[in-house]
Design a protein around this ligand. Structure first.
Ligand code: HAM
Length: 417
């Protein structure tokens, strides 16, 4: 669990404001449910033989003996609220949005926290694929409006109760036949929940996935038509998607549509964990309300992981704050540097400096940390020659430029970035 300050909080707020504004335009109404619920609400939302959510839940007994839990996610509470608060009598379908904190006892790593924020959408009471497309489209517009350029929706279908049976049977037989090639974890869990095999990232299992029976080949006519319809609408709306037949999702209640959104790796960047983590995900959950003991209710939804999305936005903004870092070596360079720093400001080039540091190595490290595109270095030789050394921080290439041409040179170089 983390503390957050000014900058992160500003980005969280910006994401939530934008998301709220777009969701409202598309007819979604706000809802807020408690942070604490009966633990049973979440336990019932998973397969009996796959108590994944239960294991990850912060659950406790109250003095009065109630078994409660910090909510690990937002979907079961929305179904509970729909029936308990009489939303059945509202004009149907009911479209809701929410944001808040969620709690999962996962092993912490970057991008996977124990307290995290989500912005979610739930569309209740509509079986047709148009509602799946609407949910995906609202997320699509939110990402676009937030200036995220390279995102993609991975989508798949898990079929329904009926067509899933024969897939499960064939998948189980396949996994039993290939048991020797499965990783340790998959050997253990494949008999309990064979679909989880598709989540495995071990190289041997990745290789086996290429031969494994896929749900897409087992769909009944109804599920096939539903998925085809969804894909056609996504095409029509020009939503970037990739048909990922290995996508199964971690929660057990999904049927038919599932999706996860990824921000694509910028080929020039190294690969931090966040690139392989979804920034948004969801799907259709037509059976969840019955699992919770209510009457059947068609529903589809999804949620954005706010910290994960904020990380991408923050990275971009930080870079914009420093385009050029001015490094200097020696007293004369400092004096000259102050003048050039002011020229950079007048030229509206986003520049940073640390005039109190003397080591070039430390200054380059600061420039790197700020994500500067270029560092302008003023050493003793440059002061004598009236030049500056410009270092491209990505390629490491260096070029010597006369000081009186510096601004012009940097302006033209920055245009290429
Ligand atoms: P989920 O995939 O578990 O789905 O979470 C949705 C999003 O929340 C993920 O794509 C991710 O961005 C973020 N997230 C999940 N776990 C963490 C974590 N430990 N730390 C940081 N971010 C995280 C659900 O929760 C479903 N309720 C979504 C849904 C709504 N399905 C239908 N309606």
């Amino acid at each position: 669990m983390h503390d957050f300050f000014e900058k992160d909080l500003e980005i969280f707020e910006m994401i939530e404001n934008k998301a709220r504004q777009i969701a409202s335009y598309y007819g979604f109404k706000p809802v807020s449910t408690p942070v604490v619920e009966k633990a049973d609400l979440f336990i019932k939302s998973e397969d009996e033989d796959n108590p994944l959510v239960e294991k990850e839940m912060y659950a406790f007994r109250t003095r009065g003996g109630d078994h409660l839990a910090l909510r690990p996610e937002g979907t079961p509470p929305i179904i509970r609220a729909y029936f308990e608060d009489g939303l059945q009598s509202w004009p149907q379908p009911v479209a809701l949005y929410y944001s808040g904190t969620y709690y999962r006892h996962e092993s912490p790593q970057r991008g996977r926290y124990r307290e995290f924020r989500q912005f979610g959408l739930e569309f209740l009471g509509e079986p047709e694929a148009i509602s799946d497309a609407l949910v995906v489209n609202v997320f699509n517009i939110i990402f676009k409006e937030l200036g995220i350029k390279s995102f993609i929706f991975h989508i798949n279908t898990l079929g329904d109760k009926e067509c899933r049976k024969s897939h499960r049977r064939d998948l189980l037989n396949f996994l039993k036949r290939k048991k020797e090639r499965l990783c340790k974890e998959c050997k253990k869990r494949s008999l309990i929940n064979p679909l989880r095999f598709f989540d495995c990232k071990e190289p041997d299992c990745e290789e086996l996935k290429k031969e494994a029976p896929l749900m897409i080949n087992y769909l009944c006519d109804g599920c096939k038509a539903h998925f085809k319809n969804l894909v056609e609408i996504l095409d029509e709306l020009e939503i970037p998607y990739y048909l990922n037949n290995n996508l199964v999702r971690g929660l057990d209640y999904y049927s038919r549509t599932v999706f996860e959104t990824f921000i694509e790796k910028d080929a020039k960047e190294e690969k931090p964990a966040e690139y392989s983590l979804s920034v948004c995900s969801g799907g259709r959950y037509d059976y969840l309300s019955e699992m919770l003991g209510f009457r059947p209710l068609n529903a589809v939804g999804g949620a954005i992981g706010i910290e994960r999305l904020a990380w991408h936005i923050g990275r971009k903004e930080e870079k914009k704050e420093t385009e050029v870092f001015l490094a200097q070596l020696g007293n004369e360079a400092k004096r000259k540097g102050l003048k050039i720093f002011e020229e950079l400001r007048k030229a509206k080039i986003a520049a940073s400096q640390s005039f109190t540091k003397d080591s070039l190595k430390a200054q380059l490290a600061t420039a790197d940390g700020l994500g500067a595109y270029f560092t302008a270095i003023l050493g003793q030789r440059e002061i004598i020659d009236g030049t500056a050394m410009i270092r491209d921080m990505k390629t490491g290439a260096q070029e010597t430029v006369p000081q009186d041409k510096l601004i012009e040179y940097l302006k033209s170089k920055l245009k290429e970035k």
